[in-house]
Ligand binder design. Structure first.
Ligand code: NAD
Ligand code: TYD
Length: 362
């Protein structure tokens, strides 16, 4: 297994971190084909270093996971033994303003991948032996928790947003392909990630970059909603372990053991920034410094109150646990955004879109 891997959505936040993790940290000797549509969230420059370093072992294909014809061609040409499926529309706020792309990519796209894997793998003489289809999903499919309790793999699905509903549908399809056709599927449901290459529409990078630009730091509602934060590299390690050691047909919850109220996350970012890029130089911020930029704004409709993950199954069965504390992860993340001004400017100004249009016509 793992000689030729299809990674979908590998130009996005977690997918690009995963590809870097596999090449740099696992001893992987094979080839990765990264299939990505390059939506607003996809940036092939996230992997510019990997492209240079690994040459023909890293292949980028601009394309849509809903495109059956393209998927058939890619499976035939590369003879994949592993699929790591990240591609998705991933932002809850966007799903509220416009759900259509979420239904298309997250549901139809996942169906197209599963069906192509079934038609290709199960039609070969050895069947799906030695193959693995890993579906990357979210804890948001379980809905919202009260003050106590944690999501287990057995928690009934109760998605609330168009995003989480579309991910829930894709999880059900993935599971159905295992039960009905014997496709060797595994699924992971993970909590909120953060780290390098996170698109700055999501809370942590948005707050870092707004603070540096002296812009308001929007906190939805009372800011007491709780998320369970996981450093992205730990998520990548969990997925790699599930692909290689996880039991086929199983679901694994992945979390950071790190419940934080949003307002505390925002304050933590302000504190980290005061250390690494003190606001003292910015007279406009006044005596409250970065903290003075915090602005409570109208709440997100249907905003889930609390997420928390019970990851005892993956810990017990596969020996995985988070390794990076929130303090360490946040420091690494803030330092990364401060050190990567070119990437940040390109993404913030939309410059990278022009570069993509020029280089990836297709
Ligand atoms: P992202 O939005 O940063 O990246 C998504 C990538 O998918 C982009 O590169 C985009 O161009 C690509 N894509 C979108 N539609 C496509 C299509 N039709 N065909 C091919 N490529 C397409 O998302 P992310 O945060 O990296 O999330 C990756 C996966 O992890 C998603 O499935 C998401 O549901 C899941 N997840 C995310 C988090 C999180 O905190 N970000 C937590 C748990 C699970
Ligand atoms: P987000 O990063 O969008 O992830 P998700 O909705 O998938 O959990 O948001 C994380 C939390 O932060 C969520 O409770 C919504 C909140 N939030 C804000 O308070 N302000 C913001 O500007 C954003 C983007 C999110």
């Amino acid at each position: 297994m793992n000689k030729t891997m299809l990674v979908t959505g590998g130009a996005g936040f977690i997918g690009s971190n995963f590809i870097r993790y596999v090449f740099e940290r696992t001893g992987f000797k094979g080839k990765i084909v990264n299939l990505d549509k390059l939506t607003y969230a996809g940036n092939p420059e996230n992997l510019a270093d990997i492209r240079k370093k690994y040459g023909e072992r890293y292949v980028f294909v601009k394309g849509d996971i809903c495109d059956f014809k393209l998927l058939g061609q890619l499976f035939k040409k590369h003879n994949f033994d592993t699929v790591a499926h990240f591609a998705a529309e991933s932002h809850v706020d966007r799903s509220i303003f416009g759900p259509k792309d979420f239904i298309e990519t997250n549901i139809h796209g996942t169906f197209a991948l599963l069906e192509t894997a079934r038609q290709t793998w199960l039609a070969t003489p050895g069947g799906a032996k030695g193959k693995r289809f890993h579906h990357v999903s979210t804890d948001e499919v379980y809905g919202s928790l009260g003050k106590t309790g944690k999501f287990k793999e057995t928690t009934p699905y109760d998605p609330r947003s168009p995003y989480s509903s579309s991910k829930a549908a894709s999880d059900h399809l993935a599971r159905a392909y295992f039960h009905t056709y014997g496709l060797p599927v595994t699924i992971s449901n993970c909590s909120n990630n953060y780290g390098p290459y996170h698109f700055p529409e999501k809370l942590i990078p948005l707050i870092i970059l707004n603070a540096l630009e002296g812009k308001p730091l929007p906190v939805y509602g009372d800011g007491l909603q709780v998320r369970d934060w996981l450093y992205v590299e730990d998520h990548c390690a969990a997925i790699w372990r599930i692909i290689n050691k996880g039991r086929v047909g199983e679901t694994y919850n992945v979390g950071g053991n790190c419940e934080m109220a949003n307002i505390d996350v925002v304050k933590g970012i302000c504190a980290a920034l005061e250390k690494f890029s003190p606001s003292a130089g910015n007279a406009a911020l006044g005596s409250k410094k970065y903290l003075g930029l915090i602005k409570y704004v109208k709440d997100r409709p249907g905003h889930d109150r609390r997420y928390a993950i019970d990851f005892s199954k993956i810990k017990r069965e596969l020996g995985w646990r988070p390794s990076v504390t929130f303090k360490e992860g946040l420091t690494r993340t803030v330092v990364w955004y401060l050190a990567n001004g070119v990437w940040v400017r390109s993404v913030r100004t939309g410059e990278y879109r022009k570069w993509i249009d020029k280089n990836y016509k297709r």
